[in-house]
Each structure stands twice: as C-alpha cells, then as structure tokens.
Ligand binder design. Structure first.
Ligand SMILES: *Cc1c(COP(=O)(O)O)cnc(C)c1O
Length: 412
C-alpha cells in the first residue's frame, strides 16, 4: 500500500478564501440586489499593456515559422531576458549581477516553495506573522514542523509577530535560525523596510550564518525614495540572501506566469562535512532536473516589460492601483480608521474599528457596506484584529466602496 506524505495532513484545510467565498455567496443569495464590491483579492485586474501584448503576439508568431521556431529553451531562461532584467532593473540600483545568477521561472510562488529543495530539513526557519501563507505551508509540507497549536502556530517553526506595536518590523529571532523569509513591500501589511532595517537583517544574517529568502514581488509599487527595491542594495547581502522577483504584480502577469530568482555566486551553505558549497550551483542543478523553462512567447513578453515603452505603460498601471490605494487609505483615515501600507504597496492593512475581530469586521463590512475584504487573521494569528483591503480593482468601485464605509464609520 502506498503511503502518503503525512505532513500534508498537518495543514489546515485551505480555509481563508473558501470561507470568504461561502459567506459572500450566502450574502448575495439573501440580498440579490446588493452590488457587492470585492476588495479582497490579491490578483491584478488591468489587462496587459499594448507593448507587452505586441511582443507576446510576436513571440507566438515566431513559433509558427520554421526559421524562428523555439523548442526547449534553457532551463534557466533565455540570456536575453536575464540580461535585460539585470541592465534595466538591477543596474540602476547599483546592483551588479551576472547572467548566471538570474534564474527565470514561471513565477515566484513556485520558486519560494521549491527553494526548500536545496536546504536540509534540519534548518530552523523563521517567518513573519502575518505572512504570505506559501512560506509557512511549504515548510509544513516538507516536514520541517510538527502539528499546529490552537493559534495556528506549527511546532518547530519560528514566528516573528508584525503588529502596529512594532511598526510591522519584526524583532530578530531570539533563538538560532538558519533561514529567514522576508517580504518587502509586504503582503499582507503593505508596509516596507527602510535601508537601515534591511541592513540590520543582513548584518544579523551574516553574524548568525543565516540565509534571507527575500520576496520582492511588490518592488514596482515602491514610491518613496530611499526604500530599497532589492536586498542587494545592502552591502554584504550577496553573501546571505536569495531574492525572488515576479512579473505578476509588476506587469499583470498573474495569468501569464513569469518570475525570477537571484542566487549570487558567492552565496554558500555548508554540506554535511562542513564545506562551503555554492547554492547557485545547487539551484542550477535543481532547475535543470525538475524544470524545463518558461515558454518562449512569455519570455518575449517579459522582456518587453523593460523596454522604454513597455516600462512607461506598466508604470501607468501601477500608478492606477496606487491611486486606488491612496483613495482607500485617505478615506479610511478620514473615517477614523487606523491604516497602514498603501503607499508603496497595493494593500491597505487596517486596524478593525471598535476592537472587532477580523471575521466580525468582515461580516459587518459585507452586510452593511456590501464590501468584501480579507480578514487579517487568515494570514496568521498576529493578523487578528486587522483587515486587508486590496487596491486591485476599478477606481469607480474603490470610490463607491469607501463612500459606503465613510457613511457607516465616518465621524462627520
Ligand atoms: C503575488 C505574490 C507573489 C507572486 O507570485 P507569482 O507566482 O509570481 O504569481 C509572490 N509573493 C507574494 C508575497 C505575493 O503576494
């Protein structure tokens, strides 16, 4: 009899989004005339911009001619895409990378999950709380944890609470950890790390011989000068950090699928004998065996993101979402609601009014304002009492949603 991976049974069933769906369905059945506005999603809503679409089409047409047909590409992605990203996105930050340090992939969800392949199970892992659930659940799946306790904390994983009390900037773990997940700009809190804060983490990682897994999926949403777009802007980070980037939120590629992972050649970890071994080589080997590259038309489209025209168009879409974020933030603040994020990220993280629980606020917002958001507790125990609103959506809907919220909670 085949045995399953028992670690999967430790996972809490995908509870958050099914539960939201269920409550919204029940509400719309009971209130068929209500115009429900969804600000709960973590997915883009605007279409691909013209320059990217054109490159995508050209890539498809290339596939139909024998002279320009492309079969299997390099598992690491085409050099021309890696070099474009290096020249257009890292070089301007003062970050020099080699082509061989950039691995093109079909998105950073997979990469942040698959990276665990190259690390021993004995590593101690630290994650933020609240958090993008992938980091937590993939560590449970590989067997790095015991069971979850009544709060939802898995035994053996180290959680770093991020709340208003610490300005969403977690304290360093008090026990020795080997891998530290950081995500800035952050999902779900929408907050960022300053250069000093990131330098603190790099320093901590170097001193403690830990590796930082840095998720920069929302890098393109940074508006404030001085906020690092890449962890490699910090001196020493190449010796202690892997960075994940994605075209998903940057350029609307959630349904197209393209991302990249940077593993600097000088980044090492120790083998069983205590030798320092390059992680770049291990990841290269891993991708070569388990991955067969991103489709050629997708990589053509991704390269167009960084053309002058493409980038200008992409920035307009990002600005559109950020304007939504501003509208949400300013109106909630005017209604007397405490808000975080929304300046360098498409998410607004709000403190639920009147000390309501996350789900209690969800129900109230749905029933009284017909607006759907995401309960903060769904991202981790420290998210209890918080709520996430997303700026992905149309400006009209966002304006209507905040108008209803102000009617309900406004002090005027
Ligand atoms: C959306 C998102 C990603 C991107 O995932 P893809 O697989 O590239 O679409 C990565 N990290 C976080 C925190 C995200 O919210």
């Amino acid at each position: 009899m085949a045995r399953l991976n028992d670690n999967y049974l430790k996972l809490k069933a995908g509870y958050l989004f099914p539960e939201i769906g269920k409550r919204v369905r029940e509400f719309t059945l009971a209130n068929p005339d209500a115009k429900v506005i969804r600000l709960g999603i973590g997915d883009v809503t605007q279409p691909l911009v013209p320059t990217i679409l054109k490159a995508f089409h050209e890539g498809v047409d290339d596939m139909g001619r024998v002279e320009t047909f492309h079969g299997y590409g390099p598992e690491q992605g085409y050099d021309w895409l890696a070099n474009t990203v290096i020249d257009k996105s890292f070089e301007p930050l003062g970050v020099e990378l080699k082509t061989s340090e950039v691995f093109i992939s079909d998105g950073s969800k997979c990469d942040t999950a698959n990276i665990l392949d190259i690390f021993d199970i004995s590593n101690k892992v630290a994650i933020c709380d609240p958090v993008y659930p992938v980091y937590n659940d993939t560590n449970v799946m590989v067997g790095r944890s015991g069971e979850a306790d009544e709060h939802g904390y898995y035994e053996g994983l180290v959680y770093m609470p991020c709340t208003a009390e610490n300005n969403f900037s977690p304290a360093y773990p008090t026990e020795k950890v080997d891998l530290i997940y950081l995500c800035y700009p952050n999902n779900p809190t929408g907050t960022v790390a300053s250069k000093e804060q990131l330098a603190g983490w790099v320093d901590y990682a170097l001193k403690n011989e830990a590796i930082i897994l840095f998720d920069a999926a929302y890098e393109a949403f940074i508006t404030e000068p001085g906020i690092p777009h890449s962890i490699y802007e910090i001196e020493g980070a190449k010796k202690c950090a892997i960075e994940f980037r994605s075209f998903s939120k940057t350029a609307g590629f959630t349904g197209v699928r393209c991302g990249l992972t940077v593993i600097p050649e000088e980044l090492t970890a120790t083998d069983a004998a205590g030798n320092q071994v390059s992680l770049n080589k291990l990841w290269n080997r891993r991708q070569g065996t388990k991955f067969n590259g991103v489709s050629y038309p997708v990589q053509k489209a991704a390269a167009a993101v960084y053309s002058d025209e493409g980038w200008a168009q992409v920035k307009e879409v990002v600005a559109y979402y950020l304007e939504n974020a501003r509208i949400i933030r300013e109106n909630l603040v005017a209604a007397g609601i405490e808000c975080y994020g929304g300046v360098n990220a498409p998410y607004i993280w709000l403190k639920t009014p009147e000390g309501m629980g996350s789900w209690e606020f969800f129900d109230k917002l749905l029933n009284e304002c017909h607006v759907v958001g995401t309960p903060g507790s769904g991202f981790g125990p420290s998210g209890e009492g918080y709520f996430r609103l997303s700026a992905f959506g149309s400006k009209d809907n966002v304006e209507e949603a905040v108008r209803r919220i102000r009617e309900k909670w406004g002090k005027e």
